[in-house]
Design a binder for this molecule. Structure first.
Ligand code: PLP
Length: 423
């Protein structure tokens, strides 16, 4: 437990003692009209641009200009194996083994490709369980998988719901659902950190429960990757997917990550969609071979990937490797705890934090419900130079990220909120 204090002095002192303080200056921070830094609280939506990203992308543009197709072999970072330059650091970020991780496609696309392999419904076991407040794209994706296999998407969708009057999900309720319908559920697919409440689920516990009932278990870790220590390998999950443009700071619409547990690495019988990039690297360019499956997560790749986007991912992952997810989450817990402390000073009858209080059950995001608030509150915050996120009917999501947000940011945000609420 940290001991927090009110007042700007405390924030400035924390920033002075912050081991990661130098990193803020390695990002482009959006500016207000007067040239001051915005208070950027939406790293959960689009992470900021590292200043070195441009050089990484330019390197590939220059090599393309000078080498043309030869860049596949001759570029400083040859394009043919380029995705391999990302694997180890990405595996470290999500707590996986290199063979379990690949960067490819985009998030929802990866979710579908994983379901091709891990949603294998039968007449009696065909349902998919998701959290009731799943991210819309995930819900649409699983519904379409149900329909694709000839099932009714209402009958086939099982929702893990919060109890009446609550927002957070309860593991006992999951257990009850599984006791009642476990034999009918083919797949459990949960957002590892819920995008709305910020609840970070116990991936291992959910996986163990699911496997006990014979279900496959996968996670969408869009709000987890780069934010919490996911320990995907130890969780035992069958698969996971995530994007790189949120906490992984790799640019709008950038490529996504995919995890397939090691125990599936050499299973050639697992159904999947394939392309030439899932084929054995040694003979890929002989072109007339019988298909020869690559082992591990790489075996789910389809296409030769967009190098410019991967260059931006490399720029970011090199920073993650330098700092390590452990140090980032250590600062994150302190920073978000401080934010929580300041919000509580504003009065618990006006402000309710729906994100779990336990630092191990959340990442950096706090979802804040403000009594009698409407979107005008968010608009006022925006006018005051705060970039945050509004979710109807009454929730503001703020994500102080440890890489570039300061204690001073959090202090100023709380002050602005106080001023607006007192108006
Ligand atoms: C951000 C996010 C998405 C977005 O999907 P894209 O395919 O990248 O557009 C999907 N699911 C979750 C849980 C998200 O947080």
């Amino acid at each position: 437990m940290f001991h927090y204090k009110t007042g700007l002095d405390f924030a400035l002192e924390q920033d002075r003692n912050d081991k990661l303080k130098a990193y803020r200056n390695q990002f482009h921070i959006p500016k207000n009209q007067d040239g001051s830094d915005c208070i950027y609280m939406t790293g959960n939506s689009l992470g900021l641009q590292p200043k070195n990203t441009k050089a990484y992308v330019n390197q590939e543009l220059d090599d393309w200009a000078q080498l043309g197709v030869e860049g596949h072999f001759e570029a400083k970072n040859p394009w043919l194996p380029y995705h391999e330059f990302l694997t180890k650091s990405m595996a470290n970020v999500v707590g996986a083994k290199p063979i379990e991780v690949v960067v490819m496609n985009t998030l929802t696309a990866n979710l579908h490709f994983m379901m091709v392999s891990f949603y294998q419904p039968t007449k009696t076991r065909y349902k998919i369980l998701i959290e009731s407040d799943a991210f819309p794209s995930d819900k649409y994706a699983v519904e379409s998988q149900l329909r694709h296999h000839g099932f009714d998407d209402k009958d086939g969708l099982v929702l893990w719901k919060p109890r009446k009057g609550e927002e957070l999900l309860n593991y006992e309720d999951l257990q009850t659902i599984l006791q009642e319908q476990g034999q009918e559920i083919a797949l459990i697919m949960i957002g590892g950190v819920n995008y709305y409440t910020g609840q970070y689920f116990d991936l291992k516990r959910i996986t163990q429960l699911g496997h006990e009932y014979g279900c496959k278990v996968g996670f969408d870790c869009a709000h987890g990757a780069g934010n919490v220590q996911l320990n995907l390998h130890d969780s035992g999950a069958d698969f996971a997917v995530w994007c790189t443009y949120k906490y992984l700071n790799s640019g709008p619409g950038s490529l996504a990550g995919c995890f397939v547990h090691e125990r599936h690495a050499h299973n050639k019988n697992l159904n999947r969609f394939t392309g030439w990039w899932s084929h054995n690297k040694a003979t890929r360019f002989n072109m007339r071979n019988e298909f020869d499956q690559l082992p591990g997560a790489e075996g789910w790749q389809l296409s030769n990937p967009p190098i410019l986007s991967m260059a931006a991912i490399k720029a970011s992952l090199d920073m993650f490797s330098e700092v390590g997810i452990e140090q980032l989450t250590e600062k994150s817990k302190k920073l978000t705890g401080y934010f929580e402390f300041l919000l509580k000073q504003l009065g618990e009858d006006t402000i309710r934090i729906i994100t779990p209080e336990n630092p191990n059950e959340r990442g950096c995001q706090l979802s804040i419900q403000v009594k009698n608030a409407d979107k005008s509150l968010h608009d006022k915050l925006t006018q005051a130079g705060v970039i945050s996120d509004w979710r109807e009917p009454d929730v503001i999501r703020c994500a102080p990220t440890p890489f570039y947000n300061s204690f001073e940011d959090v202090y100023r945000l709380a002050e602005k909120l106080k001023t607006i609420l007192n108006e």
